[in-house]
Design a protein around this ligand. Structure first.
Ligand code: GLU
Length: 442
């Protein structure tokens, strides 16, 4: 039997983490995504009066695999990298989530990202649980051959828990279609036949889906358009600033630009550019493709990277990393709307400040779910060996994103809560139904 927790006791457990914090501790909890994620879970659980047993289960990842990945570097030396694959929850289906290569990858980060995948898949109602993988490395300092050897050995190490019915990786920060192709090939070589459904975000020629590359950026645009609709503002008269110019940021910039919004700011690891008259996004995409980054781009005013989220704009799309909008800079954000293309870019302390200031935040688990949604389409197409047109894919993506936005918006209106809490409530509701129906093994 599940026991019910009172709203108070769940609230208390979320407060424990906050109230033990003077300023310094607040900063350290802000920079730990897992603590942030658990605070979000506790907050939603308290509001919903969710059974404590269900919350307690979700405070623990189902499986955590740590692997060491030996790689022969180009100079002949051996380097051993640490990697993770974490499956947070499988109650709604196989685990799903990307693989990240970054020097700042940590166990707590990958745990949080896997939890957010569980919630994200539930919010957009995909038949998946949540997972994430990461390797602590700096791909900008590695050759293509070193990255391939790292990818193949990491895939081999995690192949004991991945598979098309078990856990399906995808791209994330610093991983791309080519890397997914190596994941697919390594897994296929291991089992002896081609298995495109083991990973999504692949190139089209090896079972990838049309529209997957643009999907996250496109999804960010679809939810922003719904937001404009319910809030009654005109996207073609709005200014947009986008932090991060990787897959998500560059495609979001492109779609906003094509639909007539004025993209006034873009940034990447080298810093940002801002021009109140609007930036020529196709030209900037070409520049970055040629030069490798925004560094040296001649147009606009240069903005230091750490000040970029404060540029004047109507809509800010953080599409880089976690922990970008914090208690420290949330008061200086000028945007009226924040649409989270990245996972975890806004800390809970920043959320409270933004809410008080009336800034509307469309949360990551809704706003950036377009990527995993088209990943789901890719997996379905691979399993059926039957491929859809780009028009069909975009139409289905739009349908799912619009429905998810409406579910979250309606919840926010009904419960008088912010959109992050509403999204968690929608996701948690769906997940809890599956948990109750399945019961506990043994
Ligand atoms: N890495 C992306 C995310 O955070 C995509 C995951 C996927 O397609 O499985 O949502």
């Amino acid at each position: 039997m599940e026991t019910k927790t009172s709203a108070k006791s769940a609230q208390r457990s979320s407060q424990v983490r906050i109230s033990r914090s003077p300023a310094a501790a607040l900063e350290s909890s802000e920079s730990n995504p897992w603590l942030q994620a658990m605070e979000q879970l506790n907050r939603a659980g308290a509001k919903m009066k969710m059974e404590e047993n269900i919350l307690e289960r979700l405070r623990h990842c189902k499986r955590i695999l740590t692997v060491s990945v030996p790689v022969t570097m180009d100079d002949g030396t051996l380097k051993v990298f640490e990697g993770y694959r974490i499956q947070h929850n499988l109650d709604r289906g196989p685990a799903k989530g990307g693989i990240r290569y970054h020097p700042q990858v940590s166990l707590d980060e990958v745990k949080a990202l896997s939890f957010w995948m569980t919630m994200k898949c539930a919010v957009v109602n995909l038949p998946y649980g949540g997972a994430k993988g990461g390797v602590i490395c700096d791909p900008s300092k590695m050759s293509i051959g070193e990255i391939e050897r790292l990818t193949r050995r990491y895939t081999s190490e995690i192949s004991i828990i991945i598979g098309p019915d078990k856990d399906i990786p995808a791209p994330d920060v610093n991983t791309n279609e080519q890397i997914m192709s190596w994941v697919m090939d390594t897994y296929s070589m291991t089992i002896g036949y081609s298995c495109p459904g083991v990973v999504t975000g692949k190139p089209i020629d090896v079972g990838g889906s049309l529209g997957r590359r643009e999907a996250t950026g496109r999804g960010v645009f679809y939810v922003t358009r719904e937001l404009a609709d319910v809030k009654g503002f005109d996207l073609t008269k709005s200014t947009v600033a986008i932090q991060g110019f990787g897959n998500v940021g560059s495609n979001a910039a492109k779609v906003f630009y094509e639909h007539g919004s004025k993209v006034v700011g873009v940034s990447d690891v080298t810093g940002g550019v801002w021009d109140p008259k609007g930036l020529p996004i196709p030209e900037i995409i070409d520049y970055v493709a040629r030069q490798g980054s925004l560094a040296g781009y001649p147009g606009g005013k240069r903005i230091p990277g750490n000040e970029f989220v404060e540029v004047p704009c109507d809509i800010l799309v953080p599409a880089a990393m976690e922990n970008q909008i914090t208690h420290e800079n949330a008061g200086r954000v000028k945007a009226k709307y924040i649409v989270e293309g990245a996972n975890g870019p806004t800390t809970n302390a920043a959320d409270r400040i933004l809410n008080e200031r009336g800034v509307v935040v469309v949360p990551d688990i809704l706003a950036n779910a377009g990527g995993v949604t088209v990943s789901y389409f890719e997996w379905v197409q691979d399993i059926q060996a039957y491929f859809w047109s780009e028009k069909d894919i975009n139409a289905r993506l739009q349908e799912i994103m619009v429905r998810a936005f409406r579910d979250v918006w309606d919840m926010a209106q009904k419960e008088k809560v912010d959109l992050r809490l509403a999204a968690f409530m929608v996701g948690l509701n769906r997940l809890a139904k599956a948990v109750r129906l399945r019961g506990r093994f043994p």
